[in-house]
Design a protein around this ligand. Structure first.
Ligand code: AHR
Length: 334
């Protein structure tokens, strides 16, 4: 049912397509031009963080596969290249051109109040996806769906407690994701509390690899130049772990199930599970990026006059190199 209050006009969509070229992922203009000729499409403006990881790319794909023209939508994606100011500019463009819904995957938790207030004043519902925002008014967004990042950190720490229960001293290298993001904050808090309750656990070195493989390699090289006797690398996503593995290989430092340092990672992407199955990542905590259908469900609830859950966590699991089955990789959707 398409009982819409504000429809994008053809000229509005064309303007938005042009405006997003600089921060778009290359397909936005094509999609919006098509949409400009179409009737009654529901316009969804999606402000995406960027394409820093396999997880992120799978997340964008899930949105694209869900919000198709065939299903009555036009999706305008703004790729912010990790910059909050670009996300804010994209949201302002969405407001100016009167999209029906704004979906925001926020790069960091803070700093959204002004633009969310503007969306609210314009009467455009905002759905937050993946990471959380700290808004001064709960009404600045209608719903959030994503991962319980703190729980992910706790799951990793539980595994460490079992795995290293006989070790008197545990030297941990901590590679963080993008500072200020919910994924970094939750996973870091889990480790912080684990270190707090386990006498003998020590973080010997810590830095941010910004969730990318390139940075992950650089940061691991730096860690190794300072410490050679690391027991655990607590690495806050798969792509940074891939970079760390490259650095460990280059430096001929042993790791994984064959002995040496153990790597803990997050995401459990298909590529991450391959490394887990190979024994290179010892434990991989899942973070599910397939949010497209979840966001669509929220939009449909809103259109049906129903109230979606304000906060919805996704169920997630974890994979141990000692027990992972090959089928887990083959059946992985991302
Ligand atoms: O917010 C989810 C995190 O962001 C994922 O762990 C990471 O890979 C991504 O870039």
């Amino acid at each position: 049912m398409m009982t819409k209050m504000t429809r994008l006009t053809a000229s509005g969509l064309l303007f938005l397509a042009l405006a997003l070229v600089s921060c778009g992922d290359g397909e936005a203009p094509k999609n919006t031009e098509k949409a400009a000729n179409a009737e009654n499409l529901i316009a969804v403006g999606f402000s995406q963080i960027g394409a820093e990881s396999d997880w992120r790319r799978a997340n964008t794909k899930s949105m694209r596969e869900t919000f198709t023209r065939e299903k009555g939508y036009t999706l305008i994606v703004g790729d912010a290249q990790q910059k909050q100011e670009k996300q804010i500019a994209a949201i302002r463009d969405f407001i100016r051109t009167k999209v029906d819904y704004i979906v925001l995957a926020p790069v960091s938790e803070q700093g959204w109040d002004d633009v969310l207030k503007e969306a609210r004043s314009a009467g455009i519902p905002v759905i937050i996806v993946d990471r959380m925002v700290q808004a001064s008014n709960a009404d600045f967004f209608v719903a959030w769906v994503g991962s319980d990042f703190r729980k992910e950190g706790d799951i990793a720490v539980d595994w460490m407690e079992k795995q290293f229960k006989d070790k008197k001293e545990l030297k941990i290298a901590h590679m963080q994701g993008s500072l200020g993001s919910s994924a970094q904050i939750g996973r870091t808090e889990g480790l912080r509390d684990g270190v707090g309750r386990n006498v003998g656990w020590k973080i010997v070195v810590r830095d941010s690899g910004e969730f990318t493989q390139v940075k992950g390699k650089e940061v691991m090289e730096r860690f190794l130049s300072e410490y050679r006797d690391i027991d655990v690398l607590y690495c806050e996503n798969d792509n940074m772990a891939f970079g760390a593995i490259q650095a460990l290989d280059d430096a001929r430092v042993p790791y994984g199930t064959r002995g040496g340092l153990k790597i803990i990672s997050f995401d459990a992407t298909r590529a991450g599970l391959k490394e887990t199955f190979a024994g290179n990542i010892s434990y991989n905590v899942e973070c599910n990026p397939l949010h497209g259908p979840r966001v669509e469900k929220i939009i449909q609830q809103l259109r049906d006059g129903k109230k979606p859950n304000k906060i919805a966590y996704v169920d997630e699991t974890a994979f141990d190199a000692a027990t992972i089955a090959k089928e887990e990789i083959d059946s992985r959707a991302y």
